[in-house]
Design a protein around this ligand. Structure first.
Ligand SMILES: Nc1ncnc2c1ncn2[C@@H]1O[C@H](COP(=O)(O)OP(=O)(O)OP(=O)(O)O)[C@@H](O)[C@H]1O
Ligand SMILES: [Mg+2]
Length: 402
């Protein structure tokens, strides 16, 4: 006897997912997975192999389209049906290009939905022009793993990691998890004013048997939307943590989150080695004093000797323009590496961190905040935040100007 078709639902609206699930159950269709947008949707589709995927196209539309492309990239043979309220023509076109087989209006009518499902479940899989583009076919089962590292303590690694996490989550509408791998005195939780509950050491110990629900339940959520996995309270709690388990844990996390940001101590050990090894990108932080630059030169050589591609190392100068500052050009020349970004010295950073608030939220207009948001934009490829034109500028440059 043929089995009932398996359906996966991708929708950020959890109550609606449940409603839809009930509607499908009444028609004897089993829902094998349901989740929101992002890399998790693609990895879940690959794992659960549904017969059809239902995707909401809701705001932000781009994120819905990217999710459809990612699913098509990993399971190109699985038909996708999208549903949406009021769509403009451009979005409909994008959805079709992304490989959607049918597009239904909201509110969903039971008969219409069942008819659409029937159609795609019996129709052969379209090929040729309907196949995903090469870009869309790029495997996307894992998110970006961004390791924030620097050879010295106190140069702003945690400040940068926690602030760009907030900025990426907000601008790029991405799911972001910060894992505190500072094996000395991790302070990601302090920076977010959170009381640590389950720590990275505890999750690493059970990584071999970990499931998604347990993992998610262990994480803490900052009000900005960023998810946090804090480090253990005492450095001695790291003694039992195996680097292999950390590697597994980060890979597990990267299948659920679009961005996994790893904060590290200003020292070398085997956990830091693992954090660098699993990174898709390394944000190498240096401050503008000779000792920090000398140590950064050492790290660059080390990464090179380990075969880590130079183009994935983003050299970031913190405290630029501070007292006794060496210019970014000089840093770049001495290290023979282009400076990817400069974060200015700004007292607003210290004031915000003392309140347990990322400066990008506490003082969004401060020069360090604007710089950190710019860094997040460059890293995530999110569209530039809209600039409010005021006064003379608005009169000179109309809002509709390209
Ligand atoms: N751009 C900046 N302007 C002013 N102060 C800054 C800036 N960046 C960081 N700071 C301050 O410097 C101090 C150290 O920053 P942070 O804790 O982020 O460094 P770290 O590299 O993570 O240190 P550790 O190695 O000890 O973990 C904090 O008080 C922070 O507020
Ligand atoms: Mg730190």
């Amino acid at each position: 006897m043929p089995r009932n078709p398996l359906v996966m639902i991708v929708d950020e609206n959890v109550p609606f997912r449940q409603e839809l699930q009930a509607m499908l159950a009444a028609a004897k269709l089993a829902v094998v997975a349901d989740c929101g947008y992002g890399v998790e949707a693609a990895s879940l589709a690959e794992e659960t192999r549904p017969d059809v995927v239902l995707v909401a196209i809701a705001e932000p539309h781009l994120r819905a389209i990217q999710t459809i492309e990612a699913i098509r990239g990993l399971v190109p043979e699985t038909p996708i049906i999208a549903y949406a309220a009021n769509l403009d023509f451009r979005v409909v076109r994008q959805a079709m290009h992304a490989g959607v087989r049918d597009l239904l209006p909201l509110p969903l009518k039971r008969d219409e939905l069942l008819h659409a499902l029937q159609q795609v479940l019996v129709a052969p899989v379209a090929r040729g022009d309907d196949a995903p583009s090469e870009e869309a076919a790029r495997p996307a089962s894992a998110g970006v793993v961004l390791t924030v590292f620097g050879a010295k303590g106190g140069i702003g690694k945690t400040t940068i990691a926690t602030n760009i996490a907030v900025a990426i989550a907000r601008q790029a509408h991405s799911s972001v998890l910060v894992i505190d791998l500072d094996t000395r005195f991790g302070d990601v939780a302090i920076m977010y004013d959170l009381e640590p509950q389950v720590t990275v050491a505890q999750l690493a110990a059970q990584v071999r048997t970990l499931d998604r629900a347990t993992f998610r339940a262990a994480l803490q959520r900052h009000h900005s939307g960023v998810w946090v996995l804090p480090s253990p309270k005492h450095p001695s709690d790291w003694r039992t943590v195996e680097p292999d388990d950390i590697r597994e844990l980060v890979r597990f996390a990267a299948r659920l989150f679009d961005y996994v940001i790893l904060d590290t101590p200003g020292a070398f050990n085997d956990i830091v080695g693992t954090a660098l090894e699993v990174a898709t990108q390394v944000l190498l932080v240096t401050s503008v004093d000779m000792a920090s630059i000398k140590d950064t030169a050492f790290v660059l050589d080390l990464l090179e000797s380990e075969g880590f591609p130079r183009e994935r190392v983003y050299l970031t100068v913190n405290h630029a323009n501070g007292a006794n500052a060496i210019r970014a050009d000089d840093v770049s020349r001495v290290l023979r590496t282009p400076v990817f970004w400069e974060v200015p010295h700004d007292d607003a950073v210290v004031a915000a961190s003392q309140l347990g608030k990322p400066v990008v939220l506490a003082k969004p207009k401060a020069k360090a905040s604007r710089s950190l948001v710019g860094l997040a934009t460059k890293l995530s490829g999110a569209p530039e935040p809209a600039v409010k034109r005021r006064g003379l500028l608005r009169r000179l440059v109309p809002a509709s100007a390209p």
